[in-house]
Design a protein around this ligand. Structure first.
Ligand SMILES: *Cc1c(COP(=O)(O)O)cnc(C)c1O
Length: 428
C-alpha cells in the first residue's frame, strides 16, 4: 500500500509499520538490545555504514524506526528518528549542525525547557543563542544573523505563550542567510499544521504530548524534510559535507543525499550521547498515534467552547486562544492551521496572580499537573511551576504573564469541564 497518497487519518491508523504476509498485524516490540549476523564481514559493513541493518538498539531499533516512519509520513518528511524525549530532540536537532563557536537564533516564545537548553546548557558547550521576539519584523530578524549562525528555531504554537509563529517569514529569513528553519511542532501536531509546506526544513516533537496523548510515555522525534541543500553551504555545515573520521572519511551528503541529516544524527549523536527511546515506549506511542486525528479534533472543539465560556465570565480578565475570534494570532492560525490549533488555552483572573493560584486549587476534574496535551483536562501556573527559574522580565519576554493559568483542555465531556471551571471560579 502506498501510504504517502493517503490522508492524515489513514496515516495515523495504518502508517509506519506495514506487515507482510504472515507477520503480526500490529507493530511488534523488538525487545532486544542486539541483532545477530552470520559473518563478521556482514556486521563490519554495518559499523562502516556501508550496509543498512540493525546491530545495537542504542543507535537504532526496528520498533522505533517504524514509529518514526509514521510520524515522518504524517509530516510529509524524508527521514525521521525517535529520541528519548522532546528535550533530546531539540538538543540533537541543533547540535547536529552546530558546534562550539557557532550561533543559533530562537524565538523567545518557547517551552521553558527549550529556553534553558539554548540559553544556558548549549552555551556552556560553546553555542550561543540569540532570542528574538516571535512577532519581529523581517528587517529586524535579518539583523539577528551572524557569520556563524547555523539555524533558526521556533515553535509553531508556543508552549505556554500560545503565540503562532509566522513560519513563512522565519523560513524566508533563514534561507536568505543559508541556514535551515527548525520548527517544534508539538502543539498543533501534523494533524493541524505541516510546517514543511510553509518552508520549514526540520521539525521536532515532544511526542510526550498529543502524539502519545495519554500521559503514558516521554519521547521525542526529529523529522527532516530533505529540502535543505547542505552542499550549497558546504563551509557552514562541515559535519555534513566533509569526511567523518569516525566512519573512515565518509561524507554524509555524498553517501546519503536527502537522508544525510538524520543519518548523521543517528550515527554520531545517538551513538555517542545515547538518548534512545525504549522500544516499549515507542509501541505505546504508536497506539497513541492511531487516534491522534480523532483526539486533536475533540481537543480543539472542547478548547474553543471553553475559551468562549471563559471569555464571557465576569471574573476572567483575559483569555488567550488562537482559535478564538479577536485573538491576536487568529488570522495567522487560520492560515497555518485552518482545522484548529490545539487544546491548550491560557487565561488570567481579574484578581491577579493570587486569585489564579486559588482558583486552580478549587478545581476537581481538572488536575494540577506539569503535563499538558493529554486526554485529561489539566492546569498549571507556569510562573510557579515550569518557568519558575525565570525572572519577571524573562517571563514577559517568553510571553508568560505572572497570573497566567495554562489550561490543557482534555477530551472529556465539555459540559463537565465547564461546570468544574464555573464552580472553581465562583469560590474565588
Ligand atoms: C514538552 C515540550 C518539550 C520537551 O519535551 P519532553 O518530552 O518533555 O522532553 C519541547 N517542546 C515543547 C513545545 C513542549 O511542549
Amino acid at each position: 500500500m502506498d501510504i504517502k497518497n493517503k490522508r492524515q487519518g489513514t496515516k495515523c491508523v495504518q502508517g509506519g509499520y506495514q506487515p507482510k504476509s504472515g507477520e503480526p498485524r500490529i507493530l511488534p516490540i523488538i525487545q532486544s538490545t542486539t541483532f545477530k549476523y552470520g559473518t563478521s564481514e556482514e556486521m563490519g559493513k554495518l559499523f562502516d555504514l556501508e550496509a543498512e541493518g540493525y546491530f545495537y538498539t542504542r543507535l537504532q531499533n526496528p520498533t522505533n524506526d517504524m514509529v518514526a516512519q509514521k510520524i515522518c509520513e504524517l509530516e510529509g518528511g524524508e527521514a525521521a528518528m525517535l529520541t528519548s524525549s522532546g528535550q533530546a530532540a531539540n538538543f540533537y536537532a541543533v547540535m547536529n549542525i552546530a558546534e562550539a563557536g557557532d550561533h543559533i537564533i530562537c524565538s523567545s516564545a518557547v517551552y521553558g525547557g527549550t529556553y534553558n537548553l539554548y540559553a544556558h546548557t548549549i552555551r556552556k558547550m560553546g553555542v550561543e543563542c540569540t532570542f528574538v521576539d516571535p512577532d519581529i519584523s523581517k528587517e529586524e530578524l535579518d539583523k539577528a544573523f551572524k557569520e556563524n549562525t547555523k539555524a533558526v528555531v521556533g515553535e509553531s504554537i508556543a508552549n505556554p505563550a500560545l503565540v503562532v509563529l509566522d513560519i513563512e517569514k522565519f523560513a524566508e529569513a533563514a534561507h536568505e542567510h543559508g541556514v535551515p528553519l527548525i520548527i517544534d511542532n508539538t502543539f498543533p501536531t501534523p494533524i493541524n499544521c505541516r510546517p514543511f509546506e510553509w518552508g520549514a526544513d526540520i521539525v521536532t516533537h515532544s511526542t510526550t504530548k498529543y502524539m502519545d496523548g495519554h500521559a503514558a510515555t516521554v519521547g521525542g522525534c526529529i523529522v527532516d524534510s530533505g529540502n535543505f541543500d547542505w552542499d550549497a553551504y558546504k563551509d557552514k555545515f562541515p559535519g555534513l559535507t566533509t569526511p567523518d573520521p569516525t566512519y573512515h572519511g565518509l561524507i554524509y551528503t555524498e553517501r546519503f543525499g536527502k537522508g544525510a541529516y538524520i543519518t548523521k544524527a543517528t550515527a554520531q549523536l545517538m551513538r555517542d550521547l545515547g538518548s534512545i527511546q525504549s522500544p516499549e515506549n515507542a509501541f505505546l506511542l504508536n497506539i497513541g498515534l492511531e487516534t491522534l486525528h480523532l483526539r486533536m479534533k475533540r481537543h480543539c472543539e472542547n478548547a474553543l467552547a471553553i475559551a468562549e465560556f471563559l471569555s464571557e465570565h465576569e471574573k476572567v480578565a483575559w483569555v488567550n486562544y488562537a482559535g478564538l475570534k479577536g485573538n491576536k494570532y487568529y488570522e495567522l492560525a487560520k492560515k497555518y492551521m485552518p482545522n484548529g490549533t490545539c487544546g491548550v488555552i491560557s487565561f488570567g483572573l481579574k484578581g491577579g496572580r493570587d486569585a489564579s493560584v486559588k482558583m486552580m486549587d478549587n478545581l476537581e476534574l481538572a488536575a494540577i499537573v506539569t503535563h499538558v496535551a493529554d486526554a485529561r483536562t489539566s492546569v498549571l501556573h507556569p510562573a510557579s511551576h515550569t518557568h519558575r527559574q525565570m525572572n519577571d522580565q524573562e517571563l514577559i519576554e517568553a510571553g508568560v504573564q505572572p497570573d497566567l493559568i495554562r489550561l490543557s483542555v482534555g477530551i472529556e465531556d465539555v459540559e463537565d469541564i465547564k461546570t468544574d471551571l464555573a464552580k472553581a471560579l465562583e469560590l474565588v
